[in-house]
Design a protein around this ligand. Structure first.
Ligand code: PMT
Length: 218
C-alpha cells in the first residue's frame, strides 16, 4: 500500500528569530514510518522539524509551518491508500510575522500576541481534498479523552482515531513509550497496552492494514 504519514511539530514564526511550537519530537510518526516500511509499504513522510533521522527508503518531505504541511498533504494525498496524521500541528499562528526582531521596549511589562487559526489539515482531507482512502487521525488530549477523541473522529471523517492521553507522565510527547486507545465507528473503543513507540507502531500498522483492506473489499 501507499501510506502517507505526518510527524513532528510545526513552527509558526513570530519574527526572524522566534517561533511558536510544541513538545512533539516526531518519535511516534517516525516509528510509524519505520513500521510501515518494514511491512513492505511505500511511505511518504511529511515531517516538521525534528532531531531524528528519517528511516532509509521513505520519501521524506520536510516542512516547518502548518501552512507548508497543509500544502504538502494537499499535493500528495490523492494517490495514498492510507493517511496517518500523527503530527502535532499548531492550531494557531501569529497573525502577523514581524520583519525585524521584536524589541523589548521601555517600561512595558507585557506583550500581547494576536494569533489566527491555522489550516485544519486532517479536517480538510475529506471535505476539501476529497480523499477517499483510509484516514487515521490522532487526538492528543489532557481530559475527557474518549469523548473528545470520538467527537474529533466524527467531525474530521476519520476511519480510525487514535486517542492519546498526553496528561500521563512517560507517554505521549517526547517520550520513548506511548499508550493509546483506538476509536472506530460502530465499535467499542479498544485500549492498547503501554509499550515502546516502535512496538506500538508495529501493532498500529498491522491493525490499520487489516482495516484498510477490509474497507476496500466492501
Ligand atoms: O512526536 P512525539 O513526541 O512522538 O509525540 C507523539 C504525539 C503525542 C505528538 C502523537 O502521539 C499525537 O498524539 N499526535 C497528535 C497531536 C495533535 O496535535 O493532536 P490534536 O488533537 O491537536 O489534533 C487532532 C488531529 O488533527 C491530529 O491527527 C493532528 O495531526 C491533526 N491536525 C491538528 C491541527 C491542525 N491544524 N491540522 C491537523 O491536521
Amino acid at each position: 500500500m501507499k501510506i502517507l504519514i505526518t510527524a513532528g511539530p510545526t513552527r509558526e514564526p513570530l519574527d526572524p528569530v522566534r517561533y511558536l511550537t510544541n513538545r512533539s519530537s516526531g518519535k511516534m510518526g517516525y516509528a510509524l514510518a519505520q513500521a510501515a516500511l518494514e511491512a513492505g509499504h511505500q511511505v511518504t513522510l511529511i515531517s516538521g522539524p525534528t532531531a531524528l533521522t528519517a528511516p532509509e527508503g521513505v520519501s521524506l518531505i520536510r516542512i516547518e509551518t502548518a501552512r507548508q504541511m497543509f500544502e504538502a498533504v494537499r499535493d500528495h494525498l490523492a494517490s495514498q491508500d492510507v493517511a496517518i496524521f500523527s503530527a502535532a500541528v499548531a492550531d494557531y499562528r501569529p497573525a502577523a510575522v514581524a520583519e525585524q526582531k521584536i524589541k523589548k521596549t521601555g517600561d512595558t511589562l507585557t506583550l500581547t500576541l494576536t494569533l489566527e487559526k491555522t489550516e485544519d489539515i486532517l479536517g480538510s482531507a475529506r471535505s476539501l481534498f476529497g480523499y477517499t482512502g483510509f484516514l487515521v487521525g490522532f487526538a492528543a488530549e489532557t481530559q475527557h479523552l474518549l469523548a473528545h477523541a470520538e467527537e474529533k473522529r466524527q467531525r474530521k471523517g476519520c476511519d480510525l482515531l487514535i486517542a492519546n492521553d498526553v496528561s500521563q507522565p512517560g507517554i505521549g510527547f517526547d517520550s520513548g513509550e506511548n499508550e493509546v486507545t483506538l476509536c472506530l465507528p460502530d465499535a467499542a473503543p479498544i485500549p492498547l497496552p503501554r509499550q515502546t513507540k516502535a512496538a506500538l507502531a508495529r501493532e498500529l500498522l498491522a491493525f490499520i492494514s487489516q482495516q484498510a483492506t477490509l474497507k476496500t473489499s466492501l
